[in-house]
Design a protein around this ligand. Sequence first.
Ligand code: SIN
Length: 279
Amino acid sequence: MSIEILPLAGTLGADIHGVDVATIDDATFEAVHQALLDHGVIVLRDQDITPAQQIAFAKRWNDLHTHPYLAGLPEHPEIIEIIKEPDEEGGFGAHWHTDQIFTPAPAMATMLYAKEVPAVGGDTMFASMPTAYEALSDGMKAMLRHVHTFSQYNKTAKRSGKMSGKVTKPSKPAVHPIIRVHPETRRPGLYINEMENLRHLDGMTVEESTPIINYLIRHATKPEFTCRVRWEVGSLAVWDNRQLMHMALNDYPGRRRVMHRITIKGDVPFGLDEAGDLP
Ligand code: SIN
């Protein structure tokens, strides 16, 4: 079967047809991996896979991450089942973010498999951080060159998703360059979250940091830097947290949505060198 890659928008995102992830061979996986680097988020349509097959596909990229605060499926702890019931108000991931910025080595990629979706609503938005970085002025790029973010997991934030309720360790803060160089594509990009886990800029107060972060979030999520994934049952998306932010749209009150989510381990982020060049 030939693989078809159809861009979702001008800047990022692609639908992929003609791949069965349950039986994928090495050559097809290489094409899918390259598509992830090229498009940032890819959606493999029409999949019919078991939790074990989803895990096996995710492991082709790297080891899997087990979330320290969210309980996974009893027999597959690597998979977090995100369920939003019709009467629930909150939304998991309903703000612009990149996964696990609050850890020293955040997730390289996240994989979401649609099990049950509303007839309309519940899409996920993505934004390209290298494109947003490139569009900044030279003055802003120079100012950000030495800036780092200071993030820490907010255990008390109101969110949906099943909490394990067994958090015993306090979460340690993580400090990352605000301009992150992608380890594979080598493109520098903004590395930010809408404030919650990202508490402030390192060495600055919250009051000083907030306007800068708010500006960067507004800039980075301009419509022309984004794409939108519309889910169908059987859609399996993979996104590259090293080059994107994403946000789940909470626009389907009264309807149910069930997703199986896996995060794939990543490396320690690095930035530009002292002179602002690629290291
Ligand atoms: C997430 O932020 O990982 C969840 C995205 C979604 O449910 O669409």
